[in-house]
Design a protein around this ligand. Structure first.
Ligand code: SF4
Length: 241
């Protein structure tokens, strides 16, 4: 079994606790309007590396002392497009006492996916929009599976960090932010929420790929609006970073 790996980053600091070895898997069924990694979308491309779970683990172990207080994060793309590979890789990490985190949209629902969730230490769940219509427009897919995924994580008591991008003209809306915070607040599995300000630094990649960037006229989120969103989530009782 070989994993199609878009790229690797040995010293990640923003994808989970501590210093992390970050694995970007190739392929994604979503088409988020603000995606910075459209080059990860095509599931047929192999990416930079084609590795077995054992080969990837060997790469990780080269950095074991650096990531001792952090761990490994697998992101994408949508990593759950390759659940068998992930299950094997995470199980090997576990055997080697390496903390694992999975960054996912939760958009894929299957038995194989749930098996992966059962072995991972932390899920970074990307909630793109709590509004069903907006979610479809923003990502191209329905929100249902993401919400099922969150329910499963709650049922199994698997730690979750929510990630939510605040996009002007889309998710940057007080009523919607309140609705989102109120929806998430009762979940005991959610340890914290990371509110990420929209920025348009991904535009160049679209130009290089000859693709249209559909949020071209959307300005980056201001510091004031980010703080406003943070306050709304804090007021709902959520821990915000
Ligand atoms: S889920 Fe992630 S990789 Fe996929 S389109 Fe959205 S932002 Fe891009």
């Amino acid at each position: 079994m070989l994993g199609r790996i878009h790229s690797l980053e040995s010293f990640g600091t923003v994808d989970g606790p501590g210093i992390r070895f970050v694995v970007f898997l190739q392929g994604c069924p979503l088409r988020c309007l603000y995606c910075h990694n459209p080059d990860t979308w095509d599931p047929k491309q192999t990416g930079k590396y084609l590795l077995s779970p054992e080969e990837l683990l060997a790469e990780v172990l080269r950095y074991k002392s650096f990531i001792a207080k952090g761990g490994v994060t697998v992101t994408g793309g949508e990593p759950l497009l390759q659940p068998e590979f992930l299950l094997e890789f995470f199980s090997l990490c576990k055997e080697n006492s390496i903390h694992t985190a999975l960054d996912t949209s939760g958009a894929i629902s299957s038995q194989a996916v749930y098996k992966v969730l059962d072995v991972v230490d932390l899920v970074l769940l990307d909630v793109k929009s709590i509004d069903a219509d907006q979610h479809k427009k923003l990502t191209g897919v329905r929100i249902d599976n993401t919400l099922h995924c969150l329910n499963y994580l709650e049922e199994k008591n698997i730690p979750v960090w929510i990630r939510h991008v605040i996009v002007p003209g889309w998710t940057d809306d007080d009523l919607l932010l309140e609705k989102t915070a109120d929806y998430l607040a009762p979940y005991r599995c959610i340890e914290k929420v990371e509110l990420l300000p929209y920025h348009n630094m991904g535009v160049r990649k679209y130009e290089q790929l000859g693709m249209e960037y559909r949020l071209e006229n959307t300005p980056p989120l201001s510091k004031e609006r980010l703080e406003n969103a943070r306050n709304i989530f804090r007021n709902a009782g959520l821990r915000v970073s």
